[in-house]
Design a protein around this ligand. Structure first.
Ligand code: PLP
Ligand code: COI
Length: 341
């Protein structure tokens, strides 16, 4: 294993860096093969692979954390494994068994452990499991073969980082349809988001807020993250909809709010014309962690929540508790932490 040299752990950003090993397993004739670690980061597949033309593929994102004592741990990898199975079912892809998914993630982290950023730098090792339809196919139908792979790359902040608030604008575009693939982590949802994201960036926003595709009245997602708000009477609220990706972070925050902070937490509609009800707001996800939302622009007006420069007190507590659990400083609820070594 190579010792990565000259990595500026404190300023990683969210960029791809090739690491030493990735896991790869193939599905053919009804079965996944054993799977193995390989060094080559190139995949050679048929030009007629369904993932290229028909978007038959799905992915996951999770992180490995270095604790203060130097050990490495994964956060709720079982939840990602289960969500990928749901994404697979939506895409008529043979689901990757949960045990195989977890084993692949553990093996990839162990094999690349020198790339797990040191504790205290804010960096983590991001894991990207994915499944793609491959093989010779021209009609619109499920692929004859599949590849499941997991690679990893050290990352820092996805948005500005730490607890710096950022602003978002409401998009007139949809990332998913009411009964489409929004709840599945399929590539097409992200292809649909590229243009709205680009338009928002050009206007100086971090990303855009998507409203519910049926009525365009309720908040659904914040770029590639879920939305949460803190009501003026101190409750944690987060939207619930069949076209939202069911975020592992959001699910965890519902439990953190109730169990660690003693705050009432609920999934309910958040109407875009009633943002005044919220004293704080944030984006949450594996990449985004918790990013405070300074303001949301809607119909030409920027609605500022707590502040455009300071994080609100409840968002700070949620962040400290969640990241404390992830980095091993705060005891986790049973089953949330998977020790790598
Ligand atoms: N929403 C979208 C569209 C995402 O891509 C992600 C990232 O995975 C999330 C929400 C957050 O989900 P999680 O907390 O499981 O990372
Ligand atoms: C994640 O948070 O893991 C995501 O998948 C977001 C991403 C597409 C960068």
């Amino acid at each position: 294993m190579s010792e990565p040299a000259n990595i500026d752990w404190e300023n990683l950003g969210f960029r791809y860096m090739k690491t030493d090993f990735r896991y790869i397993s193939k599905w053919k004739d009804g079965d996944w093969d054993e799977g193995r670690l390989v060094e080559d980061n190139q995949i050679c597949i048929s030009e007629a692979s369904s993932v290229f033309h028909y978007g038959q593929g799905c992915f996951e994102g999770l992180k490995a954390y270095r604790t203060q004592s130097g050990t490495i741990q994964l956060f709720r990898v079982d939840q990602n494994a289960k969500r990928m199975q749901e994404s697979c079912r939506r895409g008529i892809i043979p689901p990757v068994p949960v045990g195989k998914f977890i084993d692949a993630c553990l093996r990839v982290v162990k094999a690349n452990k020198t790339y797990v950023p040191p504790y205290g730098t804010g960096g983590t090792l991001y894991l990207r499991p994915f499944v793609i339809g491959v093989g010779d196919l021209i009609g619109v139908s499920p692929a004859p073969e599949y590849i499941f792979s997991v690679f990893c790359t050290p990352v820092g902040a996805y948005f500005k980082g730490g607890l710096t608030p950022v602003n978002f604008t409401v998009s007139g575009y949809d990332r998913a349809a009411p009964f489409g693939t929004g709840a599945a982590k399929m590539g097409g949802n992200y292809a649909a988001s590229l243009m709205p994201h680009e338009l928002a960036k050009r206007r100086g926003f971090a990303d855009c807020v998507y409203l519910d595709p049926a009525t365009h009245t309720k908040i659904e997602e914040v770029g590639a993250a879920n939305f949460f708000g803190i009501t003026r009477d101190g409750r944690f609220v987060t939207p619930c909809s069949p076209s939202i990706l069911p975020s592992v972070t959001r699910k965890s925050l519902l439990e953190v709010a109730r169990g660690y902070l003693g705050i009432a937490a609920e999934e309910r509609d958040v109407f875009i014309d009633r943002l005044d009800e919220l004293s704080e707001a944030g984006a949450c996800g594996t990449a985004a962690v918790i990013t405070p939302i300074g303001g949301i622009e809607y119909r030409g007006r920027l609605h500022v929540f707590f502040s455009e420069t300071e994080v609100g007190p409840v968002t700070r507590k949620l962040y400290d508790t969640l990241t404390g659990i992830q980095f091993g400083d705060i005891e986790a609820p049973e089953g949330w932490i998977f020790k790598v070594e």
